[in-house]
Structure formats: structure tokens, C-alpha cells
Design a protein around this ligand. Structure first.
Ligand SMILES: Nc1ncnc2c1ncn2[C@@H]1O[C@H](COP(=O)(O)OP(=O)(O)OP(=O)(O)O)[C@@H](O)[C@H]1O
Length: 250
């Protein structure tokens, strides 16, 4: 039976209203408003220095917006406490490859804030870690040092770290920079599969125009300065009735 799309059943996950940001006298984001709803996949493309990473850092609370408002899951960001609902994979070059941790330790660190980093790991947390390693297909390298891995393996490890809390929103900043074309294609297949089969919302900064166009369409839905926003809405995957039925089954 045909069911007309009704967008009211998808809650907003990220809402920006008239957001601006400057580093000293350099304005990077100017009067940006957009809403990301549950299960949307948003691809963000823009030239070097356009402000994409700055935008992601504002959304995860690492930088305060200079003007305007940001809400996460309906709450103003300054009151938001449920950070485990958000998984964030920052740009690869912000990671020190000499950091002497194993893949398992890196993935487990996704459970803690910094002050709790070295506390004992409970059995249930080891199981969570095993699940995340399995989803990313990297159980066999769990004991290796992160710095010894290939770029693609490292990306999977950081994705597993972001996934360990079963986040509702996953934010990826250039997840495939510096990895070969085949591994990039595998990675995109993995995250589009996660988008279609898990109830997750994605915000992804990318330079890979080909992948973004093939999954999210050829035309940006919105622009701000040199940043373009490509969107695949939740209703393009399945309608609300199907989703509600699935929720009631789980
Ligand atoms: N901590 C900082 N202090 C001052 N200026 C900064 C800082 N971080 C970034 N910038 C500047 O702000 C602008 C936007 O940087 P940002 O890293 O957000 O861009 P980007 O779109 O992610 O770029 P890229 O595609 O190269 O990663 C750039 O001109 C950059 O030099």
C-alpha cells in the first residue's frame, strides 16, 4: 500500500539557527541555518579552508558558536548531556600515530571521558568493544598497536571507537583521506550499509565528490559560503510506517 511521506515523524537531531563563527577577524561560518532529522545522511563538501571542520567542532561542542543557536536532539547545546548519543571521528591528521595504544584500547576509550581513561574495564564493556570490533571487521587486529596499522584499518578502528556507545548520530570528518581507492569504496559501502540498516543519522565531511553524488544526489540542497550540503533524507530509505513497525518489533 502506498503511504504518503509525513516528515513530522522524524525528530530533529541537529538544528542550527543563524550560526556564525570567526577566528579573530576571519569569518568562517556566516548565518548558517539547517536541520538534520533522524536517519538523514548529510554529506558536506567544500574547498580547503571553507570551514567544514570548524562546523563539525561546533556541533560536537568543541567550539562555541559565535552567534546563533545550536540544538542537539531538541536541546540547546549548552544543556545537552547525552554525549554518548553522538559518535565523532575527527580528521585523521589530528591523531598522533606514535600514540602507544592497541586497537582494543583505542576502541574502549570511546566509553570514557578523559578523566576515566585508565579505570578498570567491566566485562560488559569488553563485550561492547568486541561487538564494535566485529561490526567493523577488525577483531583479528585488536591487539595490534594503532600506529602499526594501514590507513584503512586505522579508520575502521576509529569508527569502531565512535560506534561503541551505539550512537544515534555519527559525525565523520574526512574519513577516507589518505587511503587507497579500493579501501575508500569498501568504507563507503560499510557506512551506507550502516545508514540503511541501523537507525542512525550521519553527518560526513568528504572530498569524494563521486561517492557523495552517487549516494546523495548530484545537487546540493543548501550552500553556505564555499560549503555545500548534500542530503539523503530518511524518507528516501523507508517511510514512517515501516520504521514504526520496525521499532515496535525491537
Ligand atoms: N584554531 C584556529 N585558529 C585560527 N584559524 C583557524 C583555526 N582553525 C582553522 N582556522 C582557519 O579557519 C578556516 C577554516 O578552517 P577549517 O579547518 O574549518 O576548514 P576546512 O573546510 O575543514 O578545511 P580542509 O578541507 O582543508 O580540512 C581556515 O582558513 C583555517 O586556516
Amino acid at each position: 500500500m502506498y503511504t504518503p511521506f509525513n516528515d513530522d515523524c522524524h525528530e530533529p537531531v541537529v538544528e542550527l539557527e543563524h550560526v556564525s563563527f570567526s577566528y579573530r577577524d576571519q569569518q568562517v561560518i556566516s548565518d548558517l541555518s539547517f536541520t538534520v532529522k533522524e536517519r538523514d545522511f548529510v554529506g558536506i563538501i567544500g574547498s580547503n579552508g571553507a570551514g567544514k571542520s570548524t562546523l563539525m567542532r561546533m556541533i560536537v561542542g568543541l567550539l562555541p558558536a559565535g552567534a546563533g543557536s545550536i540544538k542537539l536532539f531538541g536541546q540547546p547545546i549548552r544543556k545537552f548531556k547525552d554525549w554518548e548519543r553522538i559518535g565523532y571521528v575527527p580528521q585523521k591528521n589530528s591523531f598522533n600515530p606514535l600514540f602507544p595504544a592497541t586497537v582494543r584500547e583505542v576502541v574502549l576509550s570511546g566509553l570514557y571521558n578523559n578523566k576515566n581513561l585508565f579505570r578498570r574495564v567491566r566485562k560488559s564493556q569488553q563485550t561492547q568493544c568486541d561487538d564494535a570490533l566485529e561490526v567493523m571487521g577488525i577483531q583479528d587486529i585488536a591487539g595490534k598497536r594503532i600506529g602499526e596499522l594501514s590507513g584503512g584499518q586505522q579508520q575502521r578502528a576509529f569508527l569502531a571507537r565512535a560506534m561503541i556507545n551505539h550512537p544515534d548520530l555519527l559525525i565523520l570528518d574526512e574519513p577516507t583521506v589518505g587511503i587507497d581507492a579500493k579501501t575508500q569504496a569498501d568504507f563507503f559501502e560499510l557506512i551506507t550499509h550502516m545508514h540503511e540498516h541501523h537507525h542512525m543519522t550521519f553527518l560526513m565531511v568528504s572530498h569524494d565528490m563521486g561517492m557523495v553524488e552517487s549516494y546523495l544526489g548530484k545537487h546540493p540542497k543548501q550552500q553556505n559560503g564555499n560549503i555545500n550540503f548534500y542530503v539523503r533524507h530518511s524518507h528516501e530509505i523507508q517511510n514512517c510506517e515501516v520504521r514504526d513497525l520496525q521499532h515496535s518489533l525491537t
